[in-house]
Design a protein around this ligand. Structure first.
Ligand code: HEC
Ligand code: HEC
Ligand code: HEC
Ligand code: HEC
Ligand code: HEC
Ligand code: HEC
Length: 447
């Protein structure tokens, strides 16, 4: 009687451990371990460093600075969520906003806890200037170091989890042996090793064990694949730019047409970035004098070789503005703007978001943001990945040959005349999608 009770207890312990481990495995996405350091590197490090001023001021002990400086309670969080709200509510924040002409990005998605996480992490960073004996090593911006640290986080999580798992198994196994020996059952199978014991055990409970293993194997494979699909996928990519050019001021408030600056967008493959002469058409007059952005306009003058003194004249000493490309496809992909904008009739908003409201430098809009815009085809795959292109080509239909668009009138005429049954099949759902016209053919997008 005693023995069977002990065995029941042992069984329960083992069963519970297995279930617990599987649950831990499934329920905790590694993102829960993403710390303030990760957020800082992903969102703030392009402009801030803990101990050095860069595009933005150094962030070390910013909270203390704000509270001793007389800022309103909580206004620093408001600042990070949207600096403009903070400026409207708190004179201290208004003063901070004069620090430079560059506007800080708004991060409405960050909770107070996440912001505290970031600032805690920043405050915990040693000052490299002190640590390296006066050397000014730039720890945070070393990309190699960031990469290893980030990978390291996930790696060590799994190592620790495995160690805990095996310790539990071994200790439960140990207890089991001790119990067996103490009740005198050990005798004949004294030499039974852990492994064979584990085998017998696993065989005895083959159904739950099998299911458990299956669940673990499947989740590992799914996790690995999801990870692979996201390699090098950077949502929110926003490189720094030589001039803080705000689209809202130009395309929004002043209503300048996108094509005035991106003038090849309807005619060719690429949209083009305006040359400094285009800026000078207006900024010869608009010199920003007395405005906080005067420094940015000066950069245009330096680039154009313009001396604004007196009536102003060109010195001939030009220095091209080197804009950093924001939307980048690999060389093996063919993408054509005019095909999408003119033939496909797709608005810039669909792929770039509402640029007339963008007050910062351009960034790649994550697909979740694009989906919020009215009239956009709703997609799920990250912007600029192959899945994103494919998904839209499957969802988006082209105009039916209704005499309004010569290109499609011709396509529909040819389909109607040459391939009636195929055309009927296409039109079963009342529309013809881009994929049905070849938008899923590898060679259309790949050189
Ligand atoms: C596009 C660049 C940019 C990014 C990205 C950015 N900031 Fe800023 N930040 C600034 C600038 C510039 C200022 C100074 C105020 C000004 O000139 O408008 C500033 C000021 C601040 C201040 C006030 C500092 C002080 O000394 O009073 C805090 C706090 C702050 N940022 C936190 C953050 C956090 C947290 C993040 C990341 C979630 C972040 N910032 C991302 C540009 C940026
Ligand atoms: C006054 C000139 C001007 C107007 C008008 C303008 N842009 Fe721009 N655009 C620029 C400049 C300069 C850049 C490069 C700076 C940057 O990337 O922040 C740029 C960059 C971009 C980029 C990112 C380019 C890249 O590197 O991937 C996109 C997308 C874009 N503009 C779309 C638009 C759309 C859409 C409109 C109309 C709603 C528009 N622009 C109107 C001047 C202009
Ligand atoms: C179907 C999606 C889509 C639409 C619609 C679209 N773009 Fe783009 N845009 C892209 C992609 C993808 C790139 C990156 C191209 C590359 O790297 O070859 C890009 C790049 C750009 C660039 C960077 C310079 C260049 O040509 O590579 C500018 C500027 C730009 N787009 C402006 C516009 C404007 C203005 C409109 C509207 C008139 C527009 N785009 C409509 C997808 C789109
Ligand atoms: C069609 C006229 C026009 C063109 C072209 C133009 N701008 Fe502007 N820009 C303006 C106006 C208007 C303002 C707003 C001035 C104000 O608010 O006092 C402005 C403001 C700015 C500002 C300051 C905005 C701020 O709030 O910080 C910058 C920086 C700037 N332009 C850069 C450029 C660059 C770079 C180009 C060329 C790619 C360019 N502009 C082309 C009309 C133009
Ligand atoms: C928002 C939807 C949308 C997205 C996103 C999109 N496309 Fe398209 N694409 C279209 C439409 C609509 C057409 C139809 C124009 C036509 O009939 O040629 C098209 C046509 C094309 C064509 C010509 C196909 C043909 O039959 O000749 C190519 C090539 C292409 N897209 C490549 C791309 C690539 C590469 C990407 C991703 C970087 C992309 N597209 C993203 C909607 C989209
Ligand atoms: C609608 C356009 C489109 C079509 C059709 C398309 N691709 Fe792609 N493909 C892309 C884009 C865009 C990328 C770059 C994705 C990135 O940089 O993340 C890409 C990347 C790739 C890559 C590199 C791996 C990667 O994810 O970067 C391979 C391999 C590839 N495509 C194979 C194919 C094959 C095979 C087909 C036909 C079955 C195909 N593609 C059809 C747009 C397309």
């Amino acid at each position: 009687m005693k023995i069977s009770n002990i065995q029941k207890v042992k069984r329960n312990i083992l069963g519970l451990t297995a279930v617990f481990t599987i649950l831990v495995f499934l329920l905790f996405p590694t993102s829960l371990w993403a710390d303030g350091g990760g957020d800082f590197k992903a969102k703030c490090s392009s402009c801030h460093q803990p101990h050095k001023n860069s595009t933005g001021p150094k962030l070390f002990q910013a909270r203390q600075k704000w509270s001793t400086g007389g800022a309103k309670e909580g206004s620093i969080y408001q600042w990070v969520n949207n600096w403009q709200t903070a400026v409207a509510n708190d004179p201290y924040a208004a003063n901070v906003s004069k620090w430079s002409a560059t506007a800080m990005t708004a991060f409405p998605e960050l909770s107070k806890e996440q912001i505290n996480g970031i600032l805690d992490w920043v405050d915990a960073q040693p000052d490299p200037a002190l640590a390296a004996g006066g050397g000014s090593g730039n720890v945070v911006n070393d990309p190699a170091m960031e990469a290893t640290e980030e990978e390291g986080g996930g790696f060590w999580f799994w190592v620790i989890l495995s160690i805990i798992f095996f310790t539990i198994i071994l200790s439960v196994g140990g207890v089991r042996r001790q119990l067996k020996i103490s009740v005198g059952e050990g005798g004949s199978d004294d030499e039974q090793t852990y492994l064979s014991e584990l085998k017998t055990w696993a065989w005895k409970y083959r159904l739950p064990v099998g299911l458990g293993v299956l669940v673990i194997v499947i989740s590992v494979i799914v996790t690995i694949f999801q990870g692979l699909y996201r390699i090098n996928v950077v949502e929110n990519y926003q490189p720094s730019q030589p001039i803080a050019f705000p689209h809202d001021r130009h395309a929004g408030v002043n209503g300048i047409d996108c094509k005035y600056c991106h003038n090849s967008v309807t005619k060719s493959k690429s949209a083009g970035i305006p040359s400094v002469n285009v800026c000078m058409n207006c900024h010869k007059q608009i010199n920003g004098e007395g405005k906080p952005f005067a420094g940015e306009i000066k950069k245009i003058y330096t680039a154009a070789g313009w001396n604004p003194a007196g009536a102003g004249k060109y010195t001939g000493n030009t220095k091209p503005i080197v804009w950093n490309k924001v939307h980048v496809l690999p060389d093996h992909v063919y993408f054509n703007h005019s095909q999408h904008v003119v033939v496909g009739g797709i608005d810039c908003k669909q792929c770039h978001g509402d640029m007339t409201k963008m007050n910062e430098t351009v960034k790649v809009q994550p697909v979740s943001e694009l989906n919020k815009i009215e009239g956009n085809v709703k997609l799920t795959k990250p912007t600029l990945t192959m899945g994103w292109c494919i998904e839209c080509h499957g969802a988006k239909d082209v105009p039916l040959g209704d005499g309004k668009n010569g290109y499609y009138d011709e396509i529909h005429r040819r389909l109607r005349d040459n391939d009636k049954s195929l055309y009927k099949k296409y039109l079963k759902d009342g529309k013809v999608s881009v994929s049905e016209l070849g938008g899923w053919e590898c060679a259309k997008c790949h050189y």
